[in-house]
Design a protein around this ligand. Structure first.
Ligand code: ACO
Length: 309
């Protein structure tokens, strides 16, 4: 869906969207494709890349706020679709930060020796959760999924540090009020968009810029490296201007930052693994590189992970 397509739906313009967000187009999956379908494809591709047999997977975590069902989890659906007969599947609900949270959980289980192979997915069908009458949000989001396989390493590669934080006092800046058990859909529900994504963009913007910068520095410090040692930053793709502020705060060269927001928009928990995969496939990441991932989302919740590739 291009910005021109959106001009036909709400009062907006390609120029406004591009200048304020950096987004030109986003992917919207059709009604026959579910969030778990996309998650399954991503997990399948990651497992193929990692030479990982279905029966060897111990755990599959799907980070998503747009799961197919409230019950069961996408994790169980992915498990069934891929025949991960020895695995446990579950979801992590942490909005745009979810992939970092999933990665951090996997790190704990792998480092403790409890599990050997964990598939971490970020998947979102945000189009189903978007208020298509609200121009301040509907131009931002897209559908996507990405995945990685996490396993023990012996050559110094792997996850060096992770950081997670949240602050529930800011929960109403980015939320979906109706549809949970506190405010369930009632028979006379007005279908006024309160069960879709609401965002106070400028509030979110300010705190995202500050906390993503801090999260990056924390992961770098905890790993005992310097900002200039980082080979590539893979930030959550929420807004080009947020990424530009991050570049300034970290004082790093823009060519050390992976940016693909132009093509996909904000895909929430899928955004970091999607960008990571594109960076990897295009040869931007080499063995031994330090890759810093950082994300921020509704909760508010944020986090970072530093990986030696
Ligand atoms: N087209 C044209 N005009 C628009 C549109 C649009 N699509 N949307 C809003 N406007 C108008 C507003 O009505 C307002 O008009 P007014 O001045 O007459 O009142 C004007 O543009 C400015 O609106 P702002 O909201 O102040 O615009 P801003 O520059 O803040 O950009 C944006 C909005 C893009 C949403 C920005 O605030 C942002 O990116 N925020 C952070 C988003 C984010 O990081 N989210 C975190 C993760 S998302 C997740 O967890 C799912």
């Amino acid at each position: 869906m291009t910005n021109a397509d959106l001009e036909k739906i709400v009062e907006t313009s390609d120029q406004w969207i591009l200048e304020r967000t950096g987004i030109r187009e986003r992917r919207i999956c059709d009604d026959s494709i579910t969030c778990a379908d996309m998650a399954t494809e991503a997990a399948r591709n990651a497992m193929a890349m990692a030479n990982c047999a279905p029966e060897d997977v111990d755990m599959v975590i799907d980070a998503t706020v747009t799961a197919d069902y409230t019950l069961p989890s996408n994790g169980c659906l992915i498990q069934e679709k891929l025949g991960l007969v020895n695995a446990v599947g579950f979801d992590v609900v942490a909005a745009c930060s979810g992939f970092i949270n999933g990665l951090t959980i996997s790190r704990g289980f792998i480092e403790s020796g409890m599990y050997k192979k964990i598939v971490v997915v970020g998947s979102e069908k945000l189009s189903a959760f978007t208020n298509w009458n609200d121009r301040s949000t509907c131009v931002l989001f897209g559908d996507a999924a990405g995945a990685v396989v996490v396993e023990p390493s012996t050559n110094g590669s792997g996850i060096l540090s992770t950081f997670m934080k949240s602050d529930g006092r800011m929960r109403e800046w980015l939320w979906s009020k109706v549809g949970g058990t506190k405010h369930p859909h009632t028979p006379d529900f007005a279908w006024d968009g309160t069960d879709k994504i609401y965002m106070s963009g400028s509030d979110v913007f300010k705190v995202a810029v500050k906390e993503m910068g801090r999260a990056c520095l924390k992961a770098i410090a905890d790993a005992g490296v310097k900002p200039e040692d980082v080979s590539l930053v893979v930030p959550h793709q929420a807004n080009m201007r947020i990424i530009e502020s991050l570049i300034k705060r970290l004082n790093i060269s823009p060519d050390k930052v992976m940016i693909n927001i132009e093509k996909y928009g904000n895909t929430s928990s899928a955004s970091v693994p999607l960008a990571l995969d594109e960076a990897n496939r295009s040869g931007r990441i080499k063995p031994g590189d330090l890759v810093l991932m950082v994300a921020f989302g509704g909760g508010m919740i944020w986090g970072s992970a530093l990986v030696r590739w």
